[in-house]
Design a protein around this ligand. Sequence first.
Ligand SMILES: *[C@@H]1O[C@H](CO)[C@@H](O)[C@H](O)[C@H]1NC(C)=O
Ligand SMILES: *[C@@H]1O[C@H](CO)[C@@H](O)[C@H](O)[C@H]1NC(C)=O
Ligand SMILES: *[C@@H]1O[C@H](CO)[C@@H](O)[C@H](O)[C@H]1NC(C)=O
Ligand SMILES: *[C@@H]1O[C@H](CO)[C@@H](O)[C@H](O)[C@H]1NC(C)=O
Ligand SMILES: *[C@@H]1O[C@H](CO)[C@@H](O)[C@H](O)[C@H]1NC(C)=O
Ligand SMILES: *[C@@H]1O[C@H](CO)[C@@H](O)[C@H](O)[C@H]1NC(C)=O
Length: 626
Amino acid sequence: MSTKQPLCMFIFTIITLLLPLVARAAVPAWSPPLSTRGRYIVDATGSRFKLKSGNWHGASGTWLGIGDSNSDAMSHYGENSYNIPLGLRYVPINEILDSFEALGVNSIRLPFSNQMIHETATVLDYQVQANQQLKGMTPLQVYDAVIKALTDRGFAVILNNHTNKSKWCCGVSDGNERWNESQTAQQWGDDWVFMARRYKDNPRVVGADLYNEVRRDVMVDPNWGWGNDVDWYAAAQYAGDRILTEANNNLLIIIEGINWIGLPVDGLPHGRPTLSGAYYLSHTLVQSNKLVYSAHFYGYTGPNHSGAIGVGETHDPRYRDLSAADLANTIYSSAAYVALQDQMHFTAPVWISEFGVEGRGIVSTAEVNFFDNFLAFLKQYDLDFAIWPLVGYLENGQGNGWALMNWDRNDPNHKRDGLYDGNDWRRDRWNDLVNSSSLTGPVANSTQWKMLNVNQQDYIKSATLLSRGDWDSGARKASCPDDMRLIGLSRSQNRGLCTDATYGSSLWGPSKDSVVVTNEQYVSSDWAARYTKLQCPPNHYVIGYSLKNGGMSSLVCASSQRAGGLGTTGRTMWFDRQDSRGDGPVGGEWAMGDLKGQCSGNEYIAGVAFTTYKNPGQPAALYCQS
Ligand SMILES: *[C@@H]1O[C@H](CO)[C@@H](O)[C@H](O)[C@H]1NC(C)=O
Ligand SMILES: *[C@@H]1O[C@H](CO)[C@@H](O)[C@H](O)[C@H]1NC(C)=O
Ligand SMILES: *[C@@H]1O[C@H](CO)[C@@H](O)[C@H](O)[C@H]1NC(C)=O
Ligand SMILES: *[C@@H]1O[C@H](CO)[C@@H](O)[C@H](O)[C@H]1NC(C)=O
Ligand SMILES: *[C@@H]1O[C@H](CO)[C@@H](O)[C@H](O)[C@H]1NC(C)=O
Ligand SMILES: *[C@@H]1O[C@H](CO)[C@@H](O)[C@H](O)[C@H]1NC(C)=O
């Protein structure tokens, strides 16, 4: 009795002391599915859902450094691989999830490897020692169970194809550099369709993050839009559309910029283009409101620094060497501009899906400054984020402390030693980030602008037209997503611009009637004398077009369900000599170096004119009606 009481008191005191520090705050309520509105992600009610996320890694491998999780390495799977989310060996999953709630995250980026999907051997018992219910499962089944536990608690989950083999990533010869490094792009797409279907019935699985840190291998750089088989722009477009059409049209499609090009050698060009390519060439998916772009920033990397130690990047500063202003400029121009410039073809949410810094041991002033400057930028611009990583191990309080939540591997009770327990300099900074003032509540609808890029292949983004088959055999075809209309066309590259300005997103009637026009039968007046004119029938507007030998071949016209019918006041907008854009630069640079015609946002395109003698077939004028 007398010995017991002080003990109880002691426990009581500890609990009271700990409570405020580990207070659980359930994930705030939200309704799936998620979609985008301008630069914001919104839930089904149209309220902002800011991705305040963390990475929970392990299923795609982990770092095998000293004092980290090396004793968890699986000779079982060969090649030092690790195949399930970290922490399950020492901590019951519910405690891990409690810690995520305390951190204030609402969503989890959950990396997986291709190897994890295909692994048939079950996990070793000790790997899930603290979670007996997971015994005897394959790594994929463990991944399933982790997803269920997360989403039952209200977290949103984003699937991330991180690596091919389950191991720590990111050299130039580890087999994980590129989506097609070890398989064809088609197999990669097939695997994604498989994963997206697997979680289709769980609406809180909200996103497919297509590939982690696309970079060069020893021989070749990935590119953004060249149309060959290392074209990341095209591969992402392909996999994203397949996921939306074949597996689950509710998922957000997350496309990371290019992480690294060039050999990291002094004197040779090399760098991190990240999302700079989207300025001239952005994606239009078959669902117009599902695209999210992403990029990664660590202090030890730089605009021209791979982050590697001991290779020839001696003249290149790292982000941590940049002043706050230079850092802000470089993040803005390589990534954040996508979210921060409104009413552009590329405008979309930007999720910084990895950033982080070590919270223990000796951290340089430069790293601390970087972290402060970086967080200031995230807060100022209210960007979506995911810290790397959430879960890690320490040995007797030592070791790699990048994770926000660490558990001591050598302590008999595997005591937690995380952000809120020990001496982690990031604690107040993290709390500040999570609680910084953000836009919340309903997000206003914003006009969308999307480009059609027919440079290399068909670019049909209407789910309806895709389901109806070929409308002009042998021609190259393009169309807007179902909820948009064509508003611009370029002369020799034949790129297009789509919008939902003024007329909204439900202009096309419920029966989705459309007419393919290949001749002058519907021409209402001679609005382009001596030119060949394709024109839609009355009360129809252009949503698509096709080309043969670089010339116009057909228009696809959708029937309008606008009350009172479409207006019939017309004007001819010539663009064969100079750009002609009704609203100036609105929509952005959607056909760099080409002549562009663009009706105003309160008009629709009723027809396109071209000649058959000089530059045969190249569009020369739009018939804009309102
Ligand atoms: C990628 O993973 C597949 C399946 O596990 C394996 O067959 C292939 O060898 C791997 N490729 C590389 C380059 O590691
Ligand atoms: C991926 O692209 C590269 C570069 O063009 C090509 O050599 C390779 O064959 C492709 N990989 C596969 C598996 O198709
Ligand atoms: C993940 O990426 C690898 C390339 O490293 C690819 O082989 C694999 O098919 C991808 N898995 C999925 C599910 O997309
Ligand atoms: C540094 O990287 C940037 C961004 O990728 C690139 O535009 C620039 O050309 C690079 N500079 C050099 C000298 O490689
Ligand atoms: C954020 O603020 C709320 C309300 O003051 C608080 O309950 C919560 O613990 C804070 N979260 C973090 C991670 O600091
Ligand atoms: C926003 O657009 C959606 C879809 O077109 C529509 O249902 C909703 O009423 C609009 N909301 C506002 C506030 O305009």
